[in-house]
Design a protein around this ligand. Structure first.
Ligand code: G1P
Ligand code: ZN
Length: 543
C-alpha cells in the first residue's frame, strides 16, 4: 500500500457557511472538489496521527461516493481508525454522540440538512471537533484559507469498503469499523428520559404521528418510538431514508408538513405530531389544535425539563440564537439562571455547553438540544415533549396556554425570501445598516425604537468576537425586527426577516400571528423596501 499524492488546483468557493460547506451536487462532483475540501480540513488539524475519525451522513445522493473518498483520504493522512455508520448513515446528533462516546478526534458529517437532495439537489460536508460539535470559526477560517492554496491531496488506491456489514475492515493501515447507527443514540436517550412513563402514555391510548420525511430519522424513530416505547407500528411515516428524500423537501415546517398540520387540526387526528429534517437535528412539534413555534418550544422545554430524569436537578442556563424569540428569556429570568444570546448556528453554543453555563439551547429554525450532545437534536426534542406530556397528563394546547398565562406570549414569525439576487440582497442590508444610527428614539407605526444595531457576539468563554451577525431593531414594548442573510443557501441569497411582539401574561393570546405582527411587517417594508428591491411581493416561506 503506497500513499498517493495527487496534484490539484484550488477552488475559490470553499468557504464554510453557517453549517459547513454546502453546494449543489454537481459542484461537489467537479474534479477533486470534495478531495480538496477534505484535505484542507485535515491540513488544518494538528495531531490527527493514529486518532479516530467518525464519518456519517444523512443518506442523501452522493453520500456513498463521498464516504468512500473520505475514508481513503483519512487513511492516507494517518488516522488510525474510522467509525462509520452502517449504510453510511448517522444522524447529525448521533454523529455528535459517537464522537463524544468513543472519544474520537473529530468527525465528518455529510449532509445538507433540510435542503433537497438528489443529483441536482444539495450536498454538504461539515467538520465536527472532539466535543462533538461543529468546528468553531477559528478552524473553519483555517480550512477556507487552506482551500485557497491547496496543491495536492493524499489518498490510497484501495477498493471500496462494504458499508452494509457491521464489523471491522482495513483500508491501508487504518481500521474501519462499521457500526450500528442507532444503538448508542437509543441508549443515550434512555439515560435522559423516563421511558416507562412514555410507554405508559402510549399504552393509555395516546396517539402520535412522526414524519421522517424519507430522511435519516426513519431508523431511529422506528427503533425508539415503535420498538422500545411501544407506539403502534405505522406511527413513524416515511421512515425509509431515500437518497432524494423521495423527491421531497426534508424540512419539517408548516409548508412541507402541511398534511400533518391539517390532520392535527381535526378532531379525528392524533394527539401529537412531530417531524424531523434530512439529518435529524431539527424538529417540528404540533399538538392537537396547537402548533408550537420553535421559539415557544425552547421556552416550554426549558421550563419543564426538570420533569425528565436527565434534567431533574434543574438546568444551568439557556442559550438561544439571536433571531430566536425572547420567550426563553422569561423562563430563565423566573428560574434565576443564565441566559445567552448567540449568533445563528449551533457552533456558538459549544463553548457555553462545554463549561456547563447552559444546559438547553435552541434556535427559531426548529432546532433544540441540550448538553447531551453538541448538535441540535430532533428526536431528543420529541422525546422530551413526550416525557413532559406523560408526566403532566395534559394536552399540548393546555400546556402551551398555561405557559403563556404565566410568562406572556411572544408572537413570532419568520419571512424568508429565497433565491433572490445576491447583489440586491446585499445592497438592501447595507442600506438598512446605514439607517440604524438614526433610528433610536424614532416612533415608527406607533412603536418607539429602543435600539438598532448589527449584532456582535462576544463569546464569554473564549473571548472571541463575531461581528455582523444580523440587524436588530428593538422597540420599547419588547417588539423586535431582525433581518439577516442566510449562510446555508446554495443559490443566490436568502433574506430572512424575523418579527416578534410581546404580549404580557394577562394580555391577548389568541390573535392570528400574522395579524399580531402586521405593524412590524409594515415597518420592515418601509425601512428595507423588500418588495421594490427584490421584486417579490411576498415571502417564499412564512414560518
Ligand atoms: C439556518 C438557520 C440556522 C441553523 C442553520 C443550520 O441557517 O437559520 O438557525 O443553525 O440553518 O441548520 P441560515 O440559512 O439562516 O444561515
Ligand atoms: Zn438539519
Amino acid at each position: 500500500m503506497t500513499i498517493q499524492t495527487i496534484k490539484t488546483t484550488p477552488y475559490a468557493d470553499q468557504k464554510p457557511g453557517t453549517s459547513g460547506l454546502r453546494k449543489r451536487v454537481p459542484v461537489f462532483q467537479q474534479p477533486n472538489y470534495l478531495e480538496n475540501f477534505i484535505q484542507s480540513i485535515f491540513d488544518s488539524l494538528e495531531g490527527l496521527g493514529g486518532k479516530t475519525l467518525v464519518i456519517g451522513g444523512d443518506g442523501r445522493f452522493y453520500n456513498d461516493v463521498a464516504i468512500q473518498k473520505a475514508i481513503r483520504i483519512a487513511a492516507a493522512n494517518g488516522f488510525g481508525k474510522v467509525l462509520v455508520g452502517q449504510g453510511g448513515l448517522l444522524s447529525t446528533p448521533a454523529a455528535s454522540n459517537i464522537i463524544r462516546h468513543y472519544k474520537a478526534f473529530g468527525g465528518l458529517v455529510l449532509s445538507a440538512s433540510h435542503n433537497p437532495g438528489g443529483p441536482e439537489g444539495d450536498f454538504g460536508i461539515k467538520y465536527n471537533v472532539s466535543n462533538g460539535g461543529p468546528a468553531p470559526e477559528k478552524i473553519t477560517d483555517a480550512i477556507f484559507a487552506r482551500s485557497k492554496v491547496i496543491d495536492s491531496y493524499k489518498t490510497l488506491d484501495t477498493p471500496d469498503i462494504d458499508l452494509s456489514k457491521i464489523g471491522t475492515q482495513k483500508v491501508g493501515d487504518m481500521v474501519v469499523e462499521v457500526i450500528d447507527p442507532v444503538a448508542d443514540y437509543a441508549a443515550l436517550m434512555q439515560t435522559l428520559f423516563d421511558f416507562d412513563a412514555i410507554r405508559g402514555l402510549f399504552a393509555s391510548g395516546f396517539t402520535m404521528t412522526f414524519d421522517s420525511l424519507h430522511a435519516v430519522t426513519g431508523p431511529y424513530a422506528k427503533a425508539i418510538l415503535e420498538g422500545i416505547l411501544g407506539a403502534p407500528a405505522g406511527t413513524v411515516k416515511n421512515g425509509v431514508p431515500s437518497p432524494s428524500f423521495n423527491d421531497g423537501h426534508p424540512d419539517p415546517n408548516l409548508v412541507y408538513c402541511k398534511d400533518m398540520y391539517d390532520l392535527l387540526m381535526t378532531p379525528q387526528g392524533p394527539d401529537f405530531g412531530a417531524a424531523s429534517d434530512g439529518d435529524g437535528d431539527r424538529n417540528l412539534i404540533i399538538g392537537k389544535n396547537r402548533f408550537v413555534t420553535p421559539s415557544d418550544s425552547l421556552a416550554l422545554l426549558a421550563a419543564n425539563a426538570h420533569l425528565a430524569p436527565g434534567y431533574k436537578a434543574g438546568i444551568a442556563g439557556i442559550a438561544r440564537s439571536m433571531p430566536t424569540s425572547a420567550a426563553a428569556d422569561r423562563v430563565a429570568e423566573k428560574l434565576g439562571i443564565e441566559m445567552h444570546e448567540t449568533p445563528t448556528g449551533w457552533k456558538f453554543f459549544g463553548n457555553l455547553l462545554d463549561v456547563g453555563r447552559v444546559t438547553i439551547c435552541g434556535e427559531e429554525s426548529a432546532g433544540t438540544g441540550s448538553n447531551h450532545v453538541r448538535e441540535k437534536d430532533g428526536l431528543w426534542a420529541v422525546l422530551l415533549w413526550l416525557n413532559i406530556l406523560a408526566v403532566r397528563k395534559q394536552s399540548v394546547d393546555a400546556i402551551v396556554r398555561e405557559h403563556w398565562a404565566t410568562y406572556g406570549r411572544n408572537y413570532y414569525t419568520r419571512h424568508d425570501y429565497e433565491e433572490v439576487d445576491s447583489a440586491a440582497a446585499n445592497a438592501l442590508v447595507d442600506d438598512l445598516r446605514g439607517q440604524l444610527a438614526a433610528l433610536p428614539g424614532q416612533v415608527l407605526n406607533g412603536l418607539e425604537v429602543a435600539y438598532a444595531d448589527d449584532f456582535t457576539y462576544h463569546d464569554p468563554v473564549d473571548g472571541s468576537t463575531s461581528a455582523k451577525q444580523g440587524i436588530r431593531i428593538g422597540f420599547k414594548d419588547g417588539s423586535r425586527i431582525v433581518l439577516r442573510l442566510s449562510g446555508t443557501g446554495t443559490v443566490g441569497a436568502t433574506l430572512r426577516v424575523y418579527l416578534e411582539r410581546y404580549e404580557p401574561a394577562d394580555g391577548q393570546h389568541d390573535l392570528d400571528t400574522q395579524d399580531a405582527l402586521a405593524p412590524l411587517i409594515g415597518i420592515t417594508e418601509n425601512l428595507a423596501a423588500i418588495k421594490g428591491r427584490t421584486g417579490r411581493n411576498e415571502p417564499s416561506v412564512i414560518t
